[in-house]
Design a protein around this ligand. Sequence first.
Ligand code: IPE
Ligand code: IPE
Ligand code: MG
Length: 234
Amino acid sequence: MHVDDRLQHIAFIMDGNGRWAKMRGEKREYGHREGSETFKRVISYCGDIGIKVVTVYAFSTENWKRPKTEVNSIMKLLNTYLSNCEKELMEKGVRFRMIGDKSALSPALIKKIERIEKATEDNPLLLNFALNYGGRAEIVAAVNKLITEGKTITEQDISNALYTFDCPEPDLIVRTGGDLRISNFLIWQAAYSELYFTDTLWPDMSEADIDAAVHEFYSRERRYGGVIKVSPKN
Ligand code: IPE
Ligand code: IPE
Ligand code: MG
């Protein structure tokens, strides 16, 4: 499996960790731990098949509503990942960038994130790690930034002011876990993304599942509101 320029950016809504754990009679935290292993496997595989930009939804602006113990265990997992990821990111040529509001994170976590961002900034592939991310919050932040410039705002201005200003919009958004919604993820950038929903729970997401999503992507016709040329026989 290798992709071409039509599929540069895949975004994942990594959902279903909690249910995966419950099905095994375990706490939700156990699912997050397994999910973080799946995340590492998935980004590595995406690099192998030629995807240039991967965006993962790790924690939303709404996920703070969860019990404190669950939030803490997710933050702990993140901390562990950030302490160990640099070697692999460098080997795979992946630039790490957090997208989201850093201000609500602990100073120690922010420091780690910024260190990884700096260490990997010249790598050719891009991993957007959506943490304390909300699509609405992203747009509000962009608009506030533009208001200070005091001019009439265009679509391009907003695109340029988003966290993702320097990368192509997602060609494909994959949501695991069976729910058919976007949950405040990339709501601006997803205007013409192809959407793929699977019942597979995130910890079970395999290379074959990614191949299936990519295969489905290539069977879609992207029209962007236009019309596709039909042959004279039709
Ligand atoms: C996704 O899995 C991970 C986060 C949102 C942090 P969930 O924790 O939402 O798992 P389910 O949807 O409850 O199974
Ligand atoms: C979306 O999953 C957020 C992440 C995967 C980080 P949620 O589990 O938070 O979404 P809802 O609550 O089912 O919409
Ligand atoms: Mg969920």
